[in-house]
Ligand binder design. Structure first.
Ligand code: IPE
Ligand code: IPE
Ligand code: MG
Length: 248
């Protein structure tokens, strides 16, 4: 197989993905948008497996944004139904593969039945010590940051926290991603080159990988391609290339 000699080393500890392009993928096939979302669920399965097999410890998938609530009601309903069936169908598999599920976002805005299944899967996989799978659902980064700032401000007002001691760590500890490392690699499928309100704080030093591939066509092979790209990059964190090679 072409490229099989390439190595995906180092492997990113945390990969975040904006799964975009389901609607256009369906449109090209003269099918309804939901047909694209359904095919997208198969990509989710394939990518979760590929990430786990590759040794990725944290995978965050942007499944539904706060802005996506503005889509036509039927599409939102269809997406929620798909999410519920996905979670129900995957629970056994997650447990078997030691995957721990988490949710980034306004869980309280999800329909009651979806939230119930979600909580059940989160509870049932809480002791899994393998890969962390975070679903960003009704997620918006600005809302997340505002929530963190409000909590921190309340702690300051009540004397629990000293304003002077607020630093990167304190902010990170008040986000949905508390306790998890920042993403090393952010992938966006579907050709758009924007962040769409995704992990604005956490992505500050992430490597970014944009691909024209629509999400339903993004499977194991395409995921590995992104890992190869990541492995070939030099992360300099403001230093010079020479400083980095000396440090190795
Ligand atoms: C991503 O695909 C899935 C969600 C946002 C829920 P889109 O539905 O945005 O697909 P396009 O961008 O219209 O092709
Ligand atoms: C971003 O995709 C959100 C998800 C993938 C869930 P969108 O398709 O909603 O993004 P915009 O609106 O084109 O920026
Ligand atoms: Mg889109």
């Amino acid at each position: 197989m072409a490229g099989s000699e390439r190595t995906a080393d180092p492997v990113p500890a945390h990969v975040a993905i904006i799964m975009d392009g389901n609607g256009r993928w369906a449109k090209k096939r003269h099918r309804p948008r939901l047909f694209g979302h359904k095919a997208g669920v198969d990509s989710v399965r394939a990518v979760v497996e590929a990430a786990r097999e590759s040794g990725v410890n944290h995978l965050t998938l942007y499944a539904f944004s706060t802005e996506n609530w503005n889509r036509p009601g039927a599409e939102v309903k269809g997406l929620m139904a798909l999410l519920k069936t996905y979670l129900q169908a995957e629970l056994a598999n997650m447990k078997k593969n030691n995957i721990r599920l988490g949710c980034f976002g306004q869980k309280e805005r999800l329909p009651e039945d979806v939230r119930r299944v979600m909580d059940e899967v989160i509870g049932d996989t809480a002791n899994c010590s393998g890969m962390r799978l975070n679903l960003a659902l009704s997620y918006g980064s600005r809302t997340e940051i505002i929530g963190a700032v409000q909590e921190i401000a309340q702690k300051c007002a009540s004397g629990q926290l000293d304003a002077e001691s607020i630093n990167d760590q304190v902010m990170s500890d008040h986000l949905y991603s508390a306790g998890q490392p920042d993403p090393d690699l952010m992938i966006r499928t579907g050709g758009e080159k924007r962040l769409s309100n995704f992990l604005l704080w956490q992505l500050s030093y992430a490597e970014i990988y944009f691909t024209e591939t629509m999400w339903p066509d993004f499977r194991k092979e395409q995921f590995l391609e992104a890992l190869y790209s990541f492995a070939s990059r030099q992360r300099r964190y403001g230093r010079t290339g020479e400083q980095m090679t000396k440090a190795e």
